[in-house]
Design a protein around this ligand. Structure first.
Ligand code: TXA
Ligand code: MG
Length: 313
């Protein structure tokens, strides 16, 4: 671990201006940031994460006006979502302007845009005059980091500075919405619920998140969020955790040291916050396998079940 960990947004901004890699806290997960308009800096992101170049990045800026200036055309529905949800856990995929480097978008004609809510990354974004490209700060295919320690453990020797903003409030990545023929379509379920999108748009929203070898969002490969052990996703947990088989619970407390509860009380927001930390415990606890319950498929439960399904495949 060579990266410096600090809490100074000025220092993070200074390093980004120099073309360095900086891990940044957002309300969803930690991002691995670089100047999106500097192709050399962006290529360092792909190298550090071992990320294939066909998987495009999200651009971040501090206000809707600043970030939407990278879109060629903003459909009415996108404008409404931006107004209602930003800053917050929503990413909009829009037609891009030519100034966005091909490397960022993997050569696509669209670009993913987001205004994050964490106060520290917002200070960084206000201090720089470029958008910051930032995928989740984990090696490709692994669980996203939700605190600075997670980032340091997995990527500490490959990045220059980690801006420590404490644990992430939401805990799952942003919801991604694209607009093919101006029709809002969810590509990834995440921190903004489907119910909320429908309430804002007052129309049904299409969902197209199926993991496959040709996913809607290129990064939505089926094998993602790998905890590195066999994970059984079940409707109801009917065994006790043991030293080689961990158990995850929801709506009830853990009963021994090999059990982990997403939420004792069945609170989906708390479950989202704890999800990736628990997947890391499963990966690092010397277990051969683990049993995890599906959570109710509403609100943040949809994003949680999506991540559990991918982790169990
Ligand atoms: O919450 C988040 O979104 C976090 C924080 C750091 O902002 N970022 C994040 O980035 O999750 P990443 O790179 O791990 O996931 C971005 C997803 C990938 O699945 C990628 O394929 C998709 O966004 N994506 C990016 N640009 C796209 C585009 N133009 N069209 C479709 N999908 C796109
Ligand atoms: Mg990711």
């Amino acid at each position: 671990m060579n990266a410096i960990i600090g809490t100074d947004p000025e220092e993070a901004a200074r390093r980004l201006r120099l073309g360095q890699l900086v891990a940044l806290p957002t309300e969803t997960v930690y991002g691995l940031g670089a100047n999106a308009l500097d192709a050399a800096a962006v290529s360092r992101i792909f190298a550090a994460k071992n990320r294939p170049s066909f998987d495009p990045l999200i651009l971040h800026q501090s206000s809707p006006d600043r970030i939407l200036s990278y879109a060629r055309h903003v459909p009415e529905a996108a404008r409404r979502l931006a107004e209602a949800c930003w800053p917050g856990p929503l990413t909009l995929v829009l037609d891009r302007i030519p100034a966005v480097p091909d490397l960022v978008t993997s050569g696509l004609d669209t670009v993913a845009l987001r205004v994050p809510a964490h106060p520290l990354i917002r200070e960084v974004l206000e201090a720089v005059d470029f958008p910051v490209a930032a995928p989740s700060a984990n090696p490709f295919g692994f669980v996203s980091p939700v605190n600075a320690t997670h980032v340091g453990e997995q990527l500490g020797d490959r990045i220059d500075y980690i801006l420590d903003g404490g644990p992430c409030r939401v805990g799952v990545e942003s919801t991604i919405v694209a607009f093919p023929e101006d029709r809002p379509t969810v590509l990834r379920k995440g921190g903004t619920t489907l119910e909320r999108l429908q309430e804002i748009l007052r129309e049904p929203v299409a969902v197209q998140t199926h993991g496959s070898s040709r996913p809607a969002a290129p990064g939505m490969l089926t094998h993602h969020y790998s905890p590195g052990i066999k994970l059984h996703l079940v409707e109801q947990v009917e065994r006790a955790g043991s030293s080689d088989h961990a158990v995850v619970r929801f709506g009830e407390p853990a009963r021994n040291a090999h059990e982990f509860s997403l939420s004792d009380t069945g609170d989906l927001e708390e479950a989202a916050q704890r999800l990736f930390t628990i997947l890391r415990f499963l990966a690092g606890g010397g277990y051969r396998e683990a049993t995890v319950p599906r959570v109710p498929d509403r609100g943040l439960g949809q994003a949680i079940n999506d991540r559990l399904r991918r982790a169990s495949q």
